[in-house]
Design a protein around this ligand. Sequence first.
Ligand SMILES: N[C@@H](CCC(=O)N[C@@H](CS)C(=O)NCC(=O)O)C(=O)O
Length: 230
Amino acid sequence: MPEPIVIGFPGSTYVHIIRLILTHKNVPYRFRDLEPEMGTPAHLALHPFNRVPVLQHGDVTLYETSAIATYIDEAFDGPSLQPHTPAARGRLQQWISSVNAYYYPYMIYHVTHERLVFPKLGIASDEKVVAHALPKVERGLEVLEQELGHGKAYILGEDLSLADFFLVPCTYSFSLTDEGKAMYPKFPAFRRWRERMEALPSVQQFRASQGPRLPIEHARKWPEWHRPKY
Ligand SMILES: N[C@@H](CCC(=O)N[C@@H](CS)C(=O)NCC(=O)O)C(=O)O
């Protein structure tokens, strides 16, 4: 089998989830930068919903991060990142779904894009979007704090899982905003989890492989494509 190819743009949160998982499982892969092709027919042929990442592995092509992450965990050797009992597998899916429905939209689309992505393109932040998202982000952090507050090492307990890797990129990017810097000190168990995750050799290897956060050119279209109007 050839090496898997991760297709996306370099700054994408969801691309980071997949690259972290591949790195942790020690799977060699290629990265194809789709930035110049975002939104073109070539992109839509790979991902009909105009998003990234896409994974190609031999004759397998997949989109949707949860599907790609599960495929990678099952198709390659390396430490398994899924638990075995039905209850724990249910909780894993609960966390992946929560990242997709609550953490990613509010932390990334509504705050990080307004604070870190748009200013690099000369687009002013929309304060109403940020103000609407902040209480939702805070709720997300309270839920995480409660989950991790009983001395648990990782989201599902003692074992690292896909759930941890789904949460790393959103919570890392949000930590770079002033709002994240103000909020995080209130959540000590969550901060300890972040420190534990950032100290993993795989996460350090991934961070070392990343270049500077450059402007995301196709994000000029985001205010029109999916910025909420309040
Ligand atoms: N449901 C998708 C969401 C993927 C997603 O939203 N990706 C973002 C980057 S992190 C994207 O493609 N944004 C491109 C755009 O909106 O132009 C998944 O789980 O993979």
